[in-house]
Design a protein around this ligand. Structure first.
Ligand code: G3I
Length: 493
């Protein structure tokens, strides 16, 4: 068995608190919001402190929806909404009203009732809600999620009872009561450029042609690193909305990572890239004035409440510590590249400050100056008894799906003739064990060669093994390696 060297550990998180995101957003020219719930916000003073520190506004996640307010006929429960609006105004934050008309949140006791009863109940709900909150809440998702995946108006009790004109009627009713508020249509799956995006533009064009008081569109942006949208689709939609004189909000950003494979670090790197991409698109688009994340920390996201523990979709982890996504949002607001897209994740890859974490399946590894390609040290591997034996670096704590990865290594051998030098990744996940050839060079004796490639992982579930290693020369041939690197390559970052 080869000499075993101790694996390194990642440095502890910095003790100082990151600067307020809202101050960075002020410099970037957008407003930042976060969805919050009550009583959860009131029960977690640290969460409340972070919300007030980092954001300009809140969106009540559920408290202003019709069903939670009027879950009992004739009895309106505004306690949560009052508490959230009161808390926000007390802390100098604004509130976005979400969502006045949404067929998924019609009180259950109203379903199946006659159209006239639904109409009068809806009128009463709009009047009462706007009477109560219209002075403190100046932006509203008036209608939420009225389109189907093909961009057509989806069947709903509202369509059945009132026809497609109910959307215009809702905006007109709210405008009559709130002449100065920002009135938005809000929907999901709009930033992939598909038929729903086309349907949205058809919807807003019709509304504008009919003189409906629509001010803007909420692009929810519930993303999944396993299903990345084409990056150019969101800027195109933002430009199209600007052409129409409409405001755009990224209204419900979260990026799920549970359906992708690999290590959490790598999946969170992909999440961070998507947060950065969406934030930059908003900052650079004249139409986009606000970005709201759909929850502050992973432990209180709706996916966690529904037991989807691997999703980790938002900015802070369960311990309220900033994740790569938080730092990527900060970087986007500063106009910098995302922090994960240039990072070399291999500790001691250049062997300068040690060789912890390097192992091998046979022979002897020695950190020595004679093996240096750059700097003062490299790794010398001799007494190899098989061609597959070589210096190994474990990537199982890092490698994740959702982005491309760059891997590189400098190597040479002392064989009597040309030898193949191969960079290989040995993987084991839910898809079983497999060997992925990443790079190969036939090298003459004693000559340093570069083994490098970019690679998109195809991973299934958590990684049980991800060994990046050199192999190839015949048994008995010694090899030197130095400057091993693996890092995330972000498209057009
Ligand atoms: O509070 C009750 C609790 O008392 C009860 O025991 C429990 C069991 O039924 O339900 C709890 O209410 C749940 C509520 O979330 C609070 O957790 C509702 O059932 C549940 O339907 C509701 O889900 C919300 C969902 O919208 C439907 O309104 C999610 O929290 C919320 O994150 C989600 O947000 C939506 C946006 O409004 C629109 N865009 C999509 C986005 C994500 O789905």
């Amino acid at each position: 068995m080869g000499t075993l060297l101790v694996l390194g550990t990642r440095p502890a998180a910095a003790a100082t608190e990151p600067p307020p995101l809202r101050e960075l957003a002020d410099g970037a020219g957008i407003r930042l919001g976060v969805a919050v719930a009550w009583p959860e916000l009131g029960r977690r003073p640290e969460v409340a402190r972070l919300v007030a520190r980092h954001f300009h506004s809140i969106t009540p996640e559920n408290a202003l929806k019709w069903a939670p307010i009027e879950h009992q006929q004739g009895r309106r429960d505004l306690a949560a909404a009052d508490a959230l609006v009161g808390w926000a105004l007390e802390h100098g934050l604004t509130v976005k009203g979400h969502a006045l008309v949404w067929d998924q949140e019609i009180p259950a006791w109203l379903l199946g009732r006659e159209s006239a009863e639904l109409q009068s109940a809806l009128d009463a709900h709009l009047s009462a809600t706007l009477d109560e909150f219209g002075t403190g809440v100046h932006q509203w998702d008036v209608v939420n999620e009225a389109l189907d995946p093909q961009g057509q108006l989806a069947p709903s009790p509202f369509i059945t009872a009132f026809g497609p004109g109910h959307i215009d009627a809702a905006f007109r009713a709210v405008r009559r009561r709130l002449p100065d508020a920002l009135l938005l249509y809000n929907d999901y799956d709009l930033s992939a450029g598909g038929p729903k995006t086309t349907g949205l533009l058809r919807l807003v064009d019709g509304m504008q042609a009919r003189g409906v008081p629509l001010d803007g569109v909420g692009i929810q942006s519930h993303l999944d690193i396993a299903r990345p949208p084409p990056p150019e689709a969101l800027p195109a939609l933002l430009a199209a909305l600007h052409e129409r004189g409409l405001v755009a909000h990224i209204s419900e950003l979260d990026v799920r990572i549970g359906r992708a494979g690999g290590a959490r670090w790598g999946r969170e790197a992909a999440q961070a890239w998507h947060v950065h991409r969406v934030a930059r698109a908003c900052i650079e688009a004249p139409a986009c004035t606000a970005l709201t994340v759909w929850g502050l920390y992973d432990g209180d996201h709706w996916t966690a409440r529904e037991g989807l523990q691997r999703e980790g979709p938002v900015l802070l982890d369960r311990a309220l510590q900033p994740k790569s996504a938080f730092h990527a949002l900060a970087a986007a607001l500063r106009g910098e590249a995302p922090p994960v897209c240039t990072e070399n994740i291999i500790e001691h890859g250049d062997l300068e400050d040690g060789a912890r974490g390097w192992t091998t399946g046979g022979g002897v590894l020695r950190r020595t100056q004679a093996a240096a390609h750059s700097g003062d040290f490299g790794l010398h591997h001799d007494q190899r008894t098989a061609e597959w034996q070589g210096p190994v670096r474990d990537l199982s704590a890092h490698l994740g799906a959702g982005l491309d990865w760059r891997v590189a290594l400098q190597a040479r051998h002392d064989g009597p003739s040309d030898q193949p030098l191969r960079l290989t990744l040995r993987l084991e996940d839910d898809g079983g064990e497999r060997f992925v050839p990443l790079a190969k060079v036939v090298a003459p004796p004693g000559e340093w060669v570069t083994l490098a490639t970019e690679w998109t992982p195809k991973l299934e579930g958590p990684l049980r093994r991800a060994d990046l290693y050199l192999e190839g020369p015949a048994a008995g041939v010694a090899v030197d390696v130095d400057d091993m690197q693996a890092g995330v390559v972000c498209p057009d970052s």
